[in-house]
Design a binder for this molecule. Sequence first.
Ligand code: GTP
Ligand code: MG
Length: 433
Amino acid sequence: MMKEEEEYKKEFISIHIGQTGINLGNSCWELYCLEHGIQSTTEDEDDDGDYRFRTFFSETSSGRFVPRALFIDLEPSVIDEVKSGTNGQLYNPQQFIFGGKIIDECLDRIRKLVDDCSNLSGFVIFNAVSGGTGSGFCSLLLESLSTEYEPKEKIAFTVYPSPDDEFSPSILDSYNTILASYSLKEHSNVTLMFDNVSVSDICRRSLDIENPTYVNMNRLVSQAISSLTVSMRFEGSTFNQNLRSFCDSTSLGLIRFVGCSYVPVLSAKEVQHKQHSFVELTNAALEPSSYMVKYDPCKGMYMENLIVYRGDDVDFDDVDNAASMARPRTGSGFDYVDTSYRSGINYVPVTVYPGGDLATVQREVCVVSCTTSIQDVFTRISHKFNQMYAKKDFLHSYFCEGMEEYEFSEAYEEIATKFVKLCQEFENVKIHR
Ligand SMILES: Nc1nc2c(ncn2[C@@H]2O[C@H](COP(=O)(O)OP(=O)(O)OP(=O)(O)O)[C@@H](O)[C@H]2O)c(=O)[nH]1
Ligand SMILES: [Mg+2]
């Protein structure tokens, strides 16, 4: 392999944990395959010289491209659905693991995936924190990955419970969420948070879907994830800040939980005439209702934004201008701190799932916001946690799994107290400056 090709080899291994991690992951791979022209059943034609997609796909001895991914669950049903679904043939059987007490087996499989990389960059984790597997097993795995692979990056795409969550009836969601958040805070470089109420609101409002299903929602979230990972999978970006470089920013070193927005969300059912300017798209992406997690970015202080532009007609000066002019609305006198935004440009055309909900667009914008408002999510969940924990409700089911009470108080202290206080301190410094 030529030297410049070698430089593109910075592989990522995706780990999909629990029902959400698996479904959302499968939906992302569906889109990645469309983008890279990779099919699950036939041998793939050789690529056109852009080797970057090999960061996410490995090549088998028979010339087939297979996701660098592992699907993990404590029970088989969700995995079985993926295996028998349209994408099932894409994966090798060894990429699926289910059952109890599987941590050693998972670490073994991960070692094999790592051995297959020439220059591993890190791991991309998919999960939901309110369920048992996406919380408990994911925390165990994150800790093991840190022990074995530090300082490799860990980027998490995580579904959080929403306020008034019709999708998350579990009584244990606040315990699971606080415990998993502590683990994500300790072990991930960045956690991109999504919640089903925000995502389904966007589906209703912009796609006219009355009762969005997980398929509708996962496809929409995948579109944002594709946008955020496109520069890791394709060449062809000139001025390119991306999620990886964003991980190195100082603000993100402190506040590792971020919200993300994606525009335009346009329905395939309607004929689209209008071409949106980059200024319009940037402003729309910074609207609170465009974020895929329920919090009000206007209330807090933006530490830093990553604005990712994608489209085959992206003009460098246009988007730089749009990004530098964009000002999110602020509600309490807060504004940006000095380093306000980073922008990334990708010339890769936007792909949408054929026959799906979304119209094909020429341009898209995705914003990742590091803001102190994210404390809202934790304050809300901590309140519910505390109501149960004060009465020691339901702790026995965790003790049966070998957990101890100090783990609850420690996680609460780190997230509900220290993390929230950290966000508030940033705001106070700003007010008194
Ligand atoms: N966006 C999205 N959310 C999902 C999906 N499946 C389940 N959820 C939500 O995820 C949360 C529960 O997490 P699951 O992923 O089902 O749980 P798990 O990680 O499998 O853990 P268990 O409790 O052990 O089954 C609930 O809020 C569900 O509404 C999905 O495919 N997409
Ligand atoms: Mg499950």
